[in-house]
Design a protein around this ligand. Sequence first.
Ligand SMILES: [Zn+2]
Ligand SMILES: [Zn+2]
Length: 396
Amino acid sequence: MYNPNKATQHIRDFHAELTDLRRDIHANPEHAYKETRTAALVAERLRAFGVDEVHTGIGTTGVVGVIRGARPGKRAVGLRADMDCLAMTEQTRLPYASRHAGYMHACGHDGHTTMALGAARYLAATRNFAGTVYCVFQPAEEGQAGARAMIEDGLFERFPIDAFYALHNAPWVPYGQMAVRNGAMMAAADRIEIIVEGKAGHGGMPQFVADPILAASHVITAIQSIASRNVDPADTAVVSICAIEAGNMNASNVIPPRVRMVGTVRTYRTDTRTLVAERLAAIVANTAAAFDAVGKAEFVEGYPATVNTPREASLAAEVGRGIFGAENVLTELFPNTGGEDFAFFLQQVPGAYIWIGQGTDTSCPLHHPGYDFDDRVIPNGAGLLAAIAERELAAE
Ligand SMILES: [Zn+2]
Ligand SMILES: [Zn+2]
């Protein structure tokens, strides 16, 4: 009989060991595609837990642990953890703070890796399911598409996953709660590069120049009309210019020849993503032309939107209600405008991405130098992943 609480209760028995493991990973952060120590540690633990197979080196440093249920079954569930850190300097002064200068686990991927290992340990010990669980540890979630690297390295051919789940700690969701929704959880995160080219000259004699700074200023204002005038009001888009480069701060009387700008675009729907890219190109070119300048916008695709499938989102919520109580499973949330590499997996197979609450102290949010994963969350997240796998594979 499937009991959603069994996994969480069982994993509490080795909470202390998992906490030590999490802090060890925290002290030894590794950046995109260089997660060699972490991957070796993951593989070593998976073997120690008695999983059936351990595969390493997938998409450079990715690891997959294969656990077969006590009962035969055709279905397979994937549980994803990310292993990489961020290139930033930790300022927590914790005893287990980063030992690698300039690198830090500021997004809690040390916690995610630990929770997936906790789930693997429980599932390998109990095997109370029919079918296969694939524990997938991916490299390079932070901006470098480690998920796509694993797919390109044959992840789904080698490990045919029918439903894929991942969770991320959420410092804005209270401890003891989780949040999941059907449809978009995270946005597509794309980069824009804009160049406005004019004609340089004397700052005091503008009649002889084509001022790219004035043209670029109008471009910046005009592209804000994409979200307010072009995108359906029921949908959402963010267009942000985040850096501008032009002129010389020591030359206050020289109009420069060009302005370079970079920024980010966030959308949830593929058609909206295309619309924003098209409108950007047109508005940049035409606005610049109105000022005798030449404007070009380049749209560089990053991560697609992370879109949960209905069956898997409701299954995750149902399992969560069994563990945390109905009032502690939030499903009426807005999608988040961050980007997430798990999106590539969800483009290929059904699944759900879940926020696991770790408190409402917002003084040190994700990617803050003072951030630390909350170890109290370990049995919650590990138990949730394991219970989802058991629920998915209970039927056969
Ligand atoms: Zn992050
Ligand atoms: Zn993250």
